[in-house]
Design a protein around this ligand. Structure first.
Ligand SMILES: [Zn+2]
Length: 164
């Protein structure tokens, strides 16, 4: 069943009581979150963020990909964020495949060659958080006074654990 009608009905209800049309563009809490797109993660809810509070950048794995870095750079440089929070999570789908496997699946299904795409899967959850925090910290385009902290979100408990 297509979900679009339900989604649009929900938006009608949201807009009917919407009162936040006057918010400024820069995030009020000066925070940018980079998190996995996993449907079980609801960063705004589990971090207590409201409309206008923070940038929430999401992709498969919450990886510090080139495009995530693009968003983080825009976030601090043009919109004044000062703290970055990286969030990966237990039971992540990115732990379940390799680049070779997904490239093979795509080749079989579409005939197209995906060898130029790094899908950024990982086999060690905490190591992947450290790697992405390090990638962001070491970017010459991101100043050292921006704090970058990494966490694992536990999908069973809803709790964040810092990765040091
Ligand atoms: Zn995930």
């Amino acid at each position: 069943m297509p979900e679009l009608p339900e989604l649009l009905a929900a938006n009608e209800r949201y807009a009917a009581s919407f009162t936040k049309g006057g918010l400024p563009m820069p995030p009020a809490r000066h925070v940018a979150v980079l998190a996995c797109m996993d449907a079980r993660l609801h960063p705004e809810k589990f971090l207590g963020l409201e409309e206008g509070d923070a940038h929430v950048i999401r992709n498969a794995g919450g990886r510090a990909s080139d495009d995530a870095l693009r968003s983080l750079i825009i976030s601090y440089k043009l919109l004044g964020t000062r703290e970055f929070v990286v969030i990966h999570h237990t039971d992540c789908g990115m732990l379940t495949f390799s680049n070779d496997q997904i490239r093979e699946m795509l080749k079989n299904d579409t005939g197209a060659d995906a060898s130029a795409i790094d899908f950024l899967p990982f086999s060690d959850l905490e190591a992947s958080v450290r790697e992405d925090v390090q990638t962001i910290r070491s970017s010459p385009l991101i100043p050292d006074d921006i704090t970058v902290t990494g966490f694992v979100f536990d999908v069973k408990t809803g709790r964040l654990s810092e990765v040091s």
